[in-house]
Design a protein around this ligand. Structure first.
Ligand code: 9Z3
Length: 330
């Protein structure tokens, strides 16, 4: 595969997106396939934000976080038969959502269809088939062995959804993901510093632009496949500078080579003006992450192998978000 890898130019301007990124972003959205159900998604997001921003507690207006989760796909054909995917299970996003809800945040959970869902971690992979059984008189019963897991899933999920604190929005492709993220971000702009972005989704770096994509299934009879992938424009700087400039932004940096992880995380922090970057290595990502901010780097570990690294991580981020809100409002 011939990968087009335009090297990033360091963007030194604090307030505006550099010209090249701006052109790439514009072209990405102008040529992307139209987002299905855009009106319905906009309606859901607007209602959710209106309802939650009108709730006030001891610490001011209720905070709203957009948690992104799972991996984006890159279609290779417009009538898609094949696509490029990545490893992300959505565990990080789903688990973090539970801890944000527990900390009193409302959550817009932007997740890849079919990946992990909040409160469902303790359920078996096929809950309907394994958790339930049919009784002799055709009623459905929870199997004793799974009743605790089902109870905690139902009660957690019910409290969040029926309370109106959790909005779940699915995506599959990179085109859907970025269009919905933009829609959410521009709607969250009015929340000012009470908004947070927690960008845990594994977002494709390369894609096939819609207009240069084969319409029908690519034929194997033509021999080996040469394909040109363009670079996905760096949306983090646009999110930060244009879509929701006063929101608290946390991005993730994933590497498999620990020697370059912290350097790359530090660069992302500065280049995209993030408030925090969570650095993680593929094989240890459930045990330890490193929280990189302007005040330094802190390792965050899970307490034991039955606990979640997201618990101390979200605690620290909530504290940092509180300081940020105070600073902005001072
Ligand atoms: C992460 O680094 C997440 O922590 C994981 C979580 C994807 C590793 P799982 O879903 O894994 O629980 O299986 N997410 C961000 C990865 C990413 O695409 N980062 C971009 C980059 O590294 C910046 S936005 O360039």
């Amino acid at each position: 595969m011939d990968v087009v890898n335009n090297s990033d130019t360091m963007d030194n301007n604090l307030d505006t997106v550099d010209e090249t990124t701006s052109v790439q972003v514009k072209s990405f959205f102008e040529t992307a396939p139209i987002l299905k159900d855009a009106n319905s998604i906009t309606g859901k997001v607007t209602r959710f934000i209106d309802q939650n921003s009108s709730i006030s507690g001891n610490e001011g207006p209720r905070r709203v976080v957009c948690v992104t989760s799972g991996g984006t796909t890159v279609p290779l054909e417009q009538r898609c038969v094949r696509y490029i995917d990545n490893f992300s299970s959505g565990h990080r996003g789903a688990t973090s959502t539970e801890y944000f809800l527990k900390a009193g945040y409302s959550v817009i959970f932007l997740y890849r269809r079919g990946t992990c869902q909040p409160y469902c971690r303790s359920l078996p992979d096929d809950p309907l088939l394994e958790c339930f059984k049919l009784t002799g008189d055709s009623r459905i019963e929870v199997r004793e062995s799974h009743s605790e897991a089902v109870k905690s899933t139902l009660s957690g999920h019910h409290a969040a959804v029926s309370g109106g604190f959790l909005l779940k929005l699915p995506f599959t492709t990179i085109f859907e993901y970025l269009q919905i993220l933009r829609l959410i971000a521009t709607s969250m702009k009015n929340l000012g510093p009470n908004a947070m972005f927690y960008l845990a989704a594994a977002v494709s770096d390369f894609y096939v632009p819609w207009e240069s994509m084969a319409v029908h299934k690519i034929q194997s009879a033509s021999g080996p496949l040469d394909m040109r992938l363009a670079q996905v424009p760096k949306m983090l700087s646009v999110l930060r500078k244009e879509w929701a400039p006063t929101a608290f932004c946390v991005s993730f940096k994933l590497e498999t080579d620990t020697d370059i992880l912290l350097e790359k995380a530090g660069t992302a922090l500065k280049r995209y003006k993030m408030h925090a970057v969570v650095a993680n290595e593929l094989s240890t990502r459930k045990e330890v992450v490193i929280l990189v901010t302007n005040s330094g780097k802190v390792s965050v570990h899970r307490e034991n192998d039955r606990s979640d690294v997201e618990s101390p991580l979200i605690k620290q981020l909530v504290e940092k978000h509180s300081s940020y809100i105070k600073e902005i409002n001072a």
